[in-house]
Design a protein around this ligand. Structure first.
Ligand SMILES: *Cc1c(COP(=O)(O)O)cnc(C)c1O
Length: 261
């Protein structure tokens, strides 16, 4: 969690920062031990795949005797997932599941009885959604229907999450291999913490980055600009991006590099 999110969360309760990688602009996952946790804490929270910085928890942090709650928005269904390891998972649909406006929540039933009583009830209480089959209010039916189609596609055409992971590994491998061998582009993330789907990269020269983004856009590559808070470039190669798209990007980057030696 960054300092800003930390500050915002403190409005609702006490927050203890168990791990922090701001010393190297979040380019690695901090190694957290049980001793780093506040003994009084109720739950450990992680953002499992950091969409902006391109890092990913390959192993979940220790959380003995504590609940584990995770934001999986950018990595859900990009690989097999053991939901039993978490007390609660939430994920916005817009990256790997379907249209924006739907949020998937997977929660342990015994956690439903633990909500605090000082917040407005009903809409802010997951029990309400469970008790009403997620139809307490009018759900976004079109979005949910689309998520259903995406899940069918994952099962029937991709062949399940094991195959999705293989495809994503092939895609990420193509791009990381090129980045690690390029004399112009590089990825700043610690190798063992690299994301499968969000791959940031830079040339080291902000002007050259700008030129690359503009030329890439002309050539039909959209959304390669890095997040506004970090600059540079970022390839978000979610489930919907085919291997061919990543190959085309790598070819384009190679040609750009050759033009600039
Ligand atoms: C995309 C994303 C969100 C949701 O952000 P939006 O601004 O609503 O798109 C939340 N958490 C993570 C990890 C994300 O990748």
């Amino acid at each position: 969690m960054d300092k800003e999110s930390h500050r915002r969360s403190e409005k609702l309760g006490r927050v203890h920062l168990a791990g922090d990688s701001s010393d190297k602009t979040f380019t690695y996952i901090p190694k957290i031990t049980q001793e780093d946790l506040d003994p009084d804490t109720d739950y450990v929270y992680i953002c499992e795949n950091n969409t902006i910085y391109g890092t990913k928890y390959k192993n979940l942090p220790p959380h003995e005797g504590k609940r584990l709650i995770a934001d999986l928005s950018s990595c859900i269904f990009t690989e097999p997932l053991d939901v039993t390891q978490y007390d609660m998972i939430f994920a916005g649909a817009q990256k790997n599941l379907g249209p924006a406006g739907v949020t998937l929540v997977i929660i342990k039933k015994d956690l439903l009885d633990e909500q605090r009583d000082d917040i407005p009830s009903a809409m802010l209480d997951y029990k309400t959604y469970v008790d009403h089959d997620s139809m307490y209010n009018t759900p976004p039916t079109y979005g949910i229907y689309m998520v259903g189609l995406v899940c069918k596609w994952l099962e029937e055409q991709i062949g399940g999450l094991e195959n999705m992971e293989k495809i994503n590994q092939e895609k990420a491998g193509l791009l990381y291999d090129y980045l690690d061998n390029s004399k112009m582009f590089s990825n700043p993330v610690a190798v063992e913490d690299r994301s499968l789907v969000n791959i940031p990269f830079v040339t080291g020269d902000p002007e050259l980055d700008k030129e690359f983004i503009a030329k890439a856009k002309e050539a039909g590559f959209e959304n390669l600009k890095g997040h506004r808070t970090v600059g540079g470039m970022r390839a978000s190669i979610y489930n919907a991006m085919p291997v061919e798209g990543v190959k085309a990007l790598v070819d384009f980057m190679k040609a750009f590099e050759e033009e600039h030696v």
